[in-house]
Design a protein around this ligand. Structure first.
Ligand code: UD1
Length: 349
């Protein structure tokens, strides 16, 4: 049995790792890397660090306007699918690489399997929301992390092929913590908040990005900020001098282990990332999400995650309030990938 898996952006390399492990000896996996993320520290480092097989095909599509980026990916993915004739295509999450793979598979009548289906922010201005809604509606199997995601799909009339299997990123966080893999990556710094900000609504406007950075500058503790290339490029375009922010240490995008080690050793996370809201929850770190809404609503329970957007003045107070409890079963027990592989095999047979 042959499956093509489409990856392309940083979070997808991470999600692919547990799937690759669970597929071993059961499914022949052909991996297509679209090249959406291409810098060494946004791409290659994950393959090396997690000891993942190199992609079978790399498309080098790179950055560009959404239509152009997605279109270029589709042209190349179509050729690969026609050449390799897989029994199914797996796509992860909600990036442009996800949508490109999903559209091609669907048009060629190849069964499509969506990992991390059913998530909704209900904000159609986010490119990710459009990508995930469209992908869900053309998928044959939809692997969802939670009951809310099942309900979201039901509300849109999607009920067939939906399986609640837990979250694939939890598989990896459990693997890492069980094997104590963060030990050698602990940062030297202590008593800091960790930050990652890269979403368009926080970065695509000079005033907004300046407001976010000035807020971090005023926090009671030092901030270590992992700088996504999008944020770095825009800050430079706006003429912002990051060295002026003396309370913030900007660091390059981190490897998977170092990123988690920073998070685990921090006093709290400030982010607009989707995946890191969950990682903070599983590592029991308070999370402040700089957004109006979240797809990961369950993390808001017990104030483990707080949404702040318009008025960021409450960040300090909120970071200091530690949640009373964490639900250790949130988004499954860390065994979702093998459930997905079994369901896929069953579906194809
Ligand atoms: C993409 C995903 C987003 C995900 C994020 C994780 C879409 C629509 N968005 O957003 O859901 O949270 O990845 O990182 O697919 N760049 C580099 N080097 C790289 C990659 C990007 O310099 O290796 C720069 C380029 O200037 C590029 C910009 O970052 O224009 C944005 O990259 P892109 O992949 O288009 O989207 P992200 O904002 O990273």
């Amino acid at each position: 049995m042959k499956i093509v898996a489409i990856i392309g952006a940083r979070p997808q390399f991470i999600k692919h790792f547990p799937f690759e492990l669970a597929s071993k000896g059961k499914v022949e996996l052909i991996t297509v890397h679209t090249g959406q993320h291409y810098d060494e520290n946004m791409s290659d480092i994950f393959f090396t660090q997690l000891n993942m097989s190199p992609p079978s095909f790399t498309l080098h599509v790179g950055s560009g306007p959404h239509g152009e980026q997605t279109g270029k990916m589709m042209i190349e993915i179509e050729k690969i699918i026609e050449e390799t004739k897989p029994d199914g295509v797996v796509v992860y999450g909600d990036t442009n690489s996800t949508l490109a793979g999903a559209l091609v598979a669907s048009k060629l009548h190849i069964p499509l399997f969506h990992i991390e289906a059913g998530l909704r922010s209900f904000n159609k201005k986010m490119p990710e929301e459009v990508n995930r809604v469209l992908t869900d509606h053309i998928s044959d199997l939809l692997f969802v992390p939670s009951g809310i995601a099942v309900q979201n799909l039901k509300d849109e009339g999607v009920e067939q092929g939906v399986y609640e299997v837990g979250d694939i990123m939890k598989d990896l966080v459990q693997y890492v913590t069980k094997n104590d893999l963060l030990r050698d990556h602990a940062p030297k710094e202590k008593n800091f908040y960790y930050a990652t900000i890269h979403r368009p609504y926080n970065t695509d406007d000079k005033e907004r990005l300046t407001y976010v950075l000035e807020t971090l500058e005023q926090l009671d503790k030092k901030v270590i900020f992992s700088l996504h290339p999008r944020t770095k490029n825009l800050a430079s375009y706006y003429g912002l001098n990051l060295e002026d922010y003396i309370n913030i240490s900007f660091i390059e995008p981190q490897s998977y282990f170092s990123n988690l080690a920073y998070l685990q050793n921090s006093e709290g996370l400030i982010t607009d990332s989707g995946g890191m809201q969950k990682e903070a929850y599983w590592l029991k770190r308070k999370c402040i999400t700089i957004r109006k809404e979240t797809e990961w609503k369950e993390t808001l329970e017990d104030n483990a995650n707080i949404l702040l957007f318009q008025d960021l003045s409450k960040i300090n107070d909120e970071l200091e309030k530690k949640p009373l409890s964490y639900n250790i079963n949130l988004y499954g027990q860390g065994s979702s990938a093998s459930k997905m592989v079994d369901k896929i095999i069953q579906f194809i047979n």
